[in-house]
Design a protein around this ligand. Structure first.
Ligand code: NAD
Length: 352
């Protein structure tokens, strides 16, 4: 048992279950809203139309131009769209890119957000937002961007392709692993993190093998919900900072980078957070969490090397430099040579 901790979780109204999208209209009415702007990316348009049908006359427009990393121009267009139709509520349906766009709409307009996530990224449970201006992404933290209700309907994740599902799920596992050794972890976040790793570790191979298996989809989404809560409530360490740097600097896909780096980030920290990493290992059903994360990636057919994601080998030195530029909490001190070795192993996809 920890000797001391601070427990300060926001109130997350969550509606979870197969078919729960049918409760969306009630949730909008509960807020007293009557004019909903639906936000999504272009490929998520079909999901948005399904949401519009559910909302009936409460849906006034669909903005389907959400873009990864949220360029300021796109965000402005979404806000203009909300103003043009006099929206008094924003509903997002899609992955982290879409949720993030909705957060920026509500941050400045003050209208409430309802989120319907369809990946395992977890953004809907965090007060973190990001915006890119003149090629530079900045992030902020503000509880006003938290959705008033989050609806998790596993049915909406059935169309997420198997490869994307697997990587997105390991992205969620990464939140939970780092939450276990976060300096601001508390007993509740640790319980959630362990449950999340256990559930995702079991569900993901089934989701990838049988993408239409609703029970496995439901388990994975449940694990992702827990992972999202701990992501929003604890300070992430080297793994998340490294993935942020690699993704932003070398334009690599978000969830895949997490999948490749996680085993090596765990190996880097292993001897400095043995209890936390031991819990992660047990939740993965192994005695070695780094190998467990690697083997899970292999089982789900994910890419395991930065090389295969298109990272240039010449970028490894720069990535190592960037990783030690800022200070952030991490069990093992940020040592350039150790991080360079981590990157070498991640680049080649070596089993830790
Ligand atoms: P994403 O939102 O970019 O989605 C990946 C792809 O899957 C997109 O093409 C999307 O249109 C498609 N898609 C989503 N749901 C689908 C479905 N059900 N069926 C078919 N296709 C579907 O990727 P992501 O991994 O969900 O989110 C990544 C982004 O979210 C990154 O920019 C990351 O920085 C951000 N993020 C932010 C936070 C936060 O706390 N602010 C947390 C996690 C992720």
């Amino acid at each position: 048992m920890p000797n001391s901790f601070t427990f300060d979780l926001p109130a997350y109204r969550t509606i979870f279950g197969i078919g729960s999208l049918s409760q969306l209209r009630d949730e909008v009415e509960r807020l007293g809203s009557t004019r909903v702007l639906i936000v999504c990316t272009e490929p998520e348009r079909r999901l948005a139309e399904q949401v519009a049908v559910t909302l009936g006359d409460l849906a006034v427009a669909i903005f389907d131009d959400a873009v990864m990393h949220h360029p300021v121009e796109t965000v402005q267009a979404a806000r203009d769209c909300a103003a043009d139709v006099n929206a008094d509520c924003c509903v997002t349906v899609g992955g982290g890119t879409t949720t993030g766009t909705g957060k920026l709409v509500v941050l400045e307009t003050g209208i409430p957000l309802i989120s319907v996530p369809t990946t395992y990224a977890g953004s809907e449970m965090t007060p973190i937002y990001g915006i890119t201006e003149a090629g530079v992404k900045r992030t902020g933290r503000d509880r006003r961007v938290l959705p008033r209700t989050v609806i998790y309907d596993p049915q909406l994740t059935l169309s997420l392709p198997p490869q994307a599902s697997g990587a997105s799920g390991i992205n969620a596992i990464a939140h939970s692993v780092e939450a276990l050794y976060a300096p601001d972890a508390n007993p509740i976040t640790s319980l959630m993190a362990v449950e999340s790793i256990r559930t995702l570790g079991r569900a993901l191979p089934v989701v990838v093998r049988e993408p239409g298996n609703l029970e496995a989809r439901s388990d994975a989404l449940y694990g992702a919900w827990l992972a999202g809560i701990v992501l929003g409530s604890t300070a992430m360490g080297l793994h998340h900072k490294l993935c942020h740097t690699l993704g932003g600097t070398f334009n690599l896909p978000h969830a895949d980078v997490h999948t490749v780096v996680l085993p090596h980030a765990i190996a880097y920290n292993r001897d400095y957070a043995p209890d936390a990493i031991g819990l992660a290992a047990a939740a993965l059903g192994t005695s070695n969490a780094a190998q467990g994360a690697y083997d899970l990636a292999v089982t789900i057919g994910a890419k395991t090397s930065l090389k295969d994601l298109g990272m240039p080998e010449a970028g490894l030195e720069r990535a190592a430099d960037l990783a030690v530029q800022n200070r952030y909490p991490n069990p093992r001190p940020l040592e350039r040579e150790g991080i360079r070795e981590l990157l070498h192993n991640a680049y080649h996809g070596n089993r830790p």
